[in-house]
Design a protein. Structure first.
Length: 310
């Protein structure tokens, strides 16, 4: 038995014998006879590319007015690089030969704001404050640039060592804020975000950290909780690529802090710590061409040399 769809299709074609004998339904025949469909014949179109008569390029097929003159060369089209714009949040990277190269300002050498000069173009102004948004890991953080601006020299880029992009990161503890400040904890909170985000910006491959501990009074020494938080916030890639932590002019206090920190610091990290007692000894380990040594550390070194001579 044919399907209903098949019978419906037959009804659209030639009538069957039963349909010739029976009267058609009134709902389908209003005038008593079927109206014959009209067949429209398309005119011949010449699709040649010349402007001869009848061609699609001839003036007969153009409906635009004569005074409409469009110059294709004057039409502004988006640049190829416009579609590749993104918000770098300060952590902008240039890719050369599949290797990320940090392009922060004042590097290497200059001890200045790694994210810029702190101007309005570098952060969004809110209630008189300048903010920098950074991505650490997979979380977004905001840094109060206005509050930490006097302390941004705490971390600088000291050039490279060996072959490739093995960065030297210089941490000058003498630029840390005094613990007696009213906003000390707030400043340290934003400053440690600045330090971590700076590492993410500066480090492309293996790197070392030079910790300048000399000429740092006790009131400016970072607390154990701050160091622990920095260590825990460092990405696994940064921990793995750290080849050495060189502590220059180690004091009894910093040795004690590191000894207390052993429970939450891995053995591999402890083995990367080296103590250097003079800048001359440091110069034998790394190139010092782009390492910025604060004046107070240089003076501290001279006083130590003078004391040994006496």
């Amino acid at each position: 038995r044919p399907l209903p769809e098949e019978t419906g299709m037959e009804s659209l074609g030639s009538p069957t014998e039963d349909e010739n004998t029976s009267s058609p339904p009134n709902t389908l025949n209003f005038n008593g006879a079927h109206r014959k469909r009209k067949t429209l014949v398309a005119p011949e179109i010449n699709i040649s590319l010349d402007q001869s008569e009848g061609s699609i390029l001839s003036d007969d097929f153009l409906d635009t007015p004569d005074d409409l003159d469009i110059n294709v060369d004057d039409i502004e089209t988006p640049d190829e690089t416009d579609s590749l714009e993104f918000l770098g949040n300060g952590n902008e990277l240039e890719w050369e030969d599949d290797t990320p190269v940090a392009t922060a300002k004042n590097m290497p050498g200059d001890s200045a704001d790694l994210f810029g000069d702190g101007g309005a173009e570098d952060g969004s102004a809110t209630n008189g404050r300048l903010w920098r948004t950074v991505i650490i890991g997979e979380q977004e953080h905001r840094i109060d640039l206005q509050m930490i601006k006097p302390y941004m020299r705490v971390v600088t880029h000291g050039g490279y060592y060996g072959e490739g992009l093995n960065a030297i990161i210089v941490f000058a503890a003498c630029y840390l804020p005094d613990s007696n400040l009213a906003d000390y904890h707030y400043i340290m909170e934003n400053l440690f975000l600045y330090v971590i985000s700076s590492l993410e910006l500066l480090v492309a491959e293996d790197y070392m950290i030079v910790y300048l501990n000399g000429a740092t009074p006790r009131r400016r020494m970072p607390g154990l909780s701050w160091l622990k938080k920095c260590y825990q916030m460092i990405d696994r890639r940064l921990r793995k690529n750290l080849k050495a932590l060189i502590i220059v002019h180690p004091s009894w206090f910093i040795r004690t802090v590191l000894a207390i920190s052993r429970p939450f610091i891995s053995v591999k990290f402890i083995n990367k710590i080296q103590y250097v007692h003079s800048l001359e000894e440091l110069e034998q380990l790394i190139p010092m061409e782009h390492v910025q040594i604060p004046d107070c550390v240089l003076q501290y070194e001279e006083e130590r040399i003078k004391a040994r001579r006496e």
